[in-house]
Design a protein around this ligand. Structure first.
Ligand code: ADP
Ligand code: TYD
Length: 213
């Protein structure tokens, strides 16, 4: 079972993955929690390039290929082996991030992005995707406060520095994607307290997992 979490910056994905991983482990399941960009050997090198404010000059196509390179290696090194080993894999961002950010956000062609994503993931596809939906003003304020607290306002701040308009397009993109694939992509209202959001997340995941272990 492969579950991905999506949403604008600061929408609470890491928080919900932490809660869900604990819940699933308590119910006896093997869980692997991972994220993009940056988990795995290549990703560790790519993440700082992708997120540091000093790289604001990256062109859209170079940015795209770095995310895809990260994903291809992440799938073969981390996600596919964990799935083969029987884990429930929880991933913070995956293919829909590229459609939302590089497609709806940057304006690259969606059909082309789908083809390139297919090449990168080599058949590994999420069974369930939860989009944490939130007003960008709120998400960005949370993400900026988190980065400031961690002293990472520059090293992790390249997307947070983009105009609100960009983040509104990304949010709208996620909602469009969900409309196109309502079985796989479920939208959760992320403008509530973590525990309330988690109630919805838990229900959707338990429903998908059914009784199977
Ligand atoms: P993401 O992984 O989507 O960027 P995080 O889980 O890191 O989001 O959350 C961003 C910041 O907002 C963190 O400081 C986190 O503690 C806080 N946060 C997460 N969920 C909520 C919530 N429902 N309400 C208020 N603050 C939240
Ligand atoms: P992340 O660390 O998840 O940021 P946050 O915790 O603030 O949500 O992701 C880093 C940034 O990378 C985020 O702004 C979205 C962007 N991104 C893309 O533009 N395309 C992609 O394919 C991925 C995976 C991420």
């Amino acid at each position: 079972m492969f579950i991905t979490f999506e949403g604008i910056d600061g929408s609470g994905k890491s928080t919900q993955i932490g809660l869900l991983a604990a819940h699933l482990r308590e119910s006896g399941r093997q869980v692997a929690a991972t994220f993009e960009p940056g988990d795995g050997s290549l990703g560790r090198e790519l993440r700082p390039i992708l997120l540091d404010l000093k790289n604001s000059g990256l062109c859209d196509r170079a940015e795209l290929f770095l995310y895809l390179a990260d994903r291809a290696q992440h799938v073969s090194e981390v996600i596919a082996p964990a799935l083969r080993g029987g884990a429930v894999v929880l991933c913070d961002r995956f293919v829909d991030s590229t459609l939302a950010y590089q497609g709806y956000g940057r304006g690259l062609d969606l059909a082309m992005l789908r083809e390139l994503n297919a090449l990168a993931v080599a058949g590994t596809a999420p069974d369930l995707t939860l989009v944490l939906d939130l007003a960008p003003q709120v998400g960005l304020a949370r993400a900026k406060a988190r980065n400031l607290g961690a002293g990472a306002q520059d090293s992790e701040g390249r997307f947070e520095a983009l105009a609100l308009d960009f983040h509104n397009r990304v949010r709208g993109g996620y909602l469009e994607l969900a409309k196109g694939e309502p079985e796989r992509i479920r939208v959760v209202d992320a403008g509530r307290r973590p525990g309330e959001i988690f109630e919805d997340v838990r229900c959707l995941v338990d429903e998908k997992l059914g009784g199977a272990r």
